[in-house]
Design a protein around this ligand. Structure first.
Ligand code: UDP
Length: 241
C-alpha cells in the first residue's frame, strides 16, 4: 500500500525512489490504465484554484513529490514525505525497467522533432525497449481522438505525456478511459531533457535543493510562475501557526 498524505488538500505519495519504481513496475502487470503524476509546489498551488486539476491528481495511482518545496512543507507540517522523487529520474528508472522487460513506449509532447529526438536518445541508451511511437505536443482538440487511436494501435505499454503542467494532467484525466496503455505518466519538460534540448541543473544544484534556482537563472521569464514557491512556503508556515 502506498502511504498517501495531503498538502493543502492535494494528495502526494510518501514514497522514496525505490518504492516509486516498484509501484510503477507493478503497474505494467495490471489490466487497466494506471496514472502517474509528478507535482511540484506550483501544481499544488494551481490545484487550489483548479478543481479539475485537483480531481485529476486525486484520481491518480501514483503521485510523486517532485519539488523540494513539498519536502520542506512536509517537514514543517510533519506529514512524512521521505524524499524528493523527480519525474525525470523516475522516467529514467521506468525506461531502464522497460529495457530489461522489453516493454514499449510512446512519447507525446514537446515541440515538433523533440519527441523524435528523445526517442532516438532513449533508444541509443536502452536498446532493448521498443519505441511504439511519438508525436509532438502541439495539436488541436479535434485531433485528440486520432492521437489516442494511434497510441492504442501502437500497443505501447506506457505513454509519456509532456504537454506541460497542468495541461498534461488534465489531458490524461480527460482521456483515461479511452487510453489502452498500462501506464500514462505526465512528464512535463522530461521529453526536452531526454531530447537534450533542455539541460538539467548540475548535480550540485539538485543536491542542494536549488534546481528551481538554476531554472530561474536559465529561464528568467518563468519568474512569475515560480513566484508560487515563496507564496506556497508562506501559506505552509501560516497553516502551521
Ligand atoms: N508543451 C507541449 N504542448 C503544449 C504546451 C507545452 O508539448 O501545448 C511542451 C513544451 O514544448 C515542453 C513541455 O511541454 O516540452 C513542458 O513545458 P513547460 O516547461 O511549460 O512545463 P513544466 O516542465 O513546467 O511542466
Amino acid at each position: 500500500m502506498i502511504k498517501r498524505i495531503e498538502i493543502m488538500g492535494v494528495p502526494i505519495d510518501a514514497v522514496d525512489m525505490t518504492e516509486a519504481e516498484a509501484h510503477a513496475s507493478a503497474f505494467f502487470e495490471q489490466e487497466s490504465l494506471r496514472v502517474i503524476y509528478t507535482p511540484n509546489t506550483e501544481i499544488v498551488m494551481a490545484a487550489q484554484q483548479d478543481k479539475i486539476l485537483l480531481d485529476a491528481i486525486k484520481a491518480a495511482d501514483l503521485v510523486i513529490p517532485d519539488g523540494i518545496g513539498l519536502i520542506y512543507a512536509s517537514r514543517i507540517l510533519k506529514k512524512g514525505l521521505k524524499e524528493r522523487v523527480t519525474g525525470v529520474d523516475l522516467m529514467g528508472r521506468i525506461l531502464s525497467y522497460c529495457n530489461q522487460q522489453e516493454k514499449s513506449i510512446y512519447i507525446l509532447g514537446g515541440k515538433p522533432g523533440v519527441a523524435q529526438q528523445a526517442c532516438a536518445n532513449i533508444r541509443a541508451r536502452f536498446p532493448h525497449l521498443k519505441i511504439a511511437g511519438f508525436r509532438n505536443g502541439y495539436f488541436q482538440e479535434y485531433e485528440t481522438d486520432q492521437i489516442i487511436k494511434e497510441v492504442n494501435q501502437s500497443c505501447a505499454d506506457i505513454l509519456f505525456v509532456g504537454l506541460g503542467a497542468p495541461k498534461q494532467e488534465k489531458w490524461i484525466y480527460q482521456h483515461r478511459k479511452a487510453l489502452e496503455t498500462k501506464i500514462a505518466m505526465g512528464v512535463g519538460g522530461g521529453v526536452d531533457i531526454w531530447a537534450g534540448t533542455v539541460k538539467r541543473a548540475p548535480v550540485i544544484y539538485q543536491k542542494l535543493g536549488l534546481e528551481w534556482f538554476y531554472r530561474l537563472l536559465k529561464e528568467p521569464w518563468r519568474y512569475k510562475r515560480m513566484m508560487s514557491l515563496p507564496k506556497f512556503m508562506i501559506k505552509v508556515l501560516f497553516s502551521k501557526r
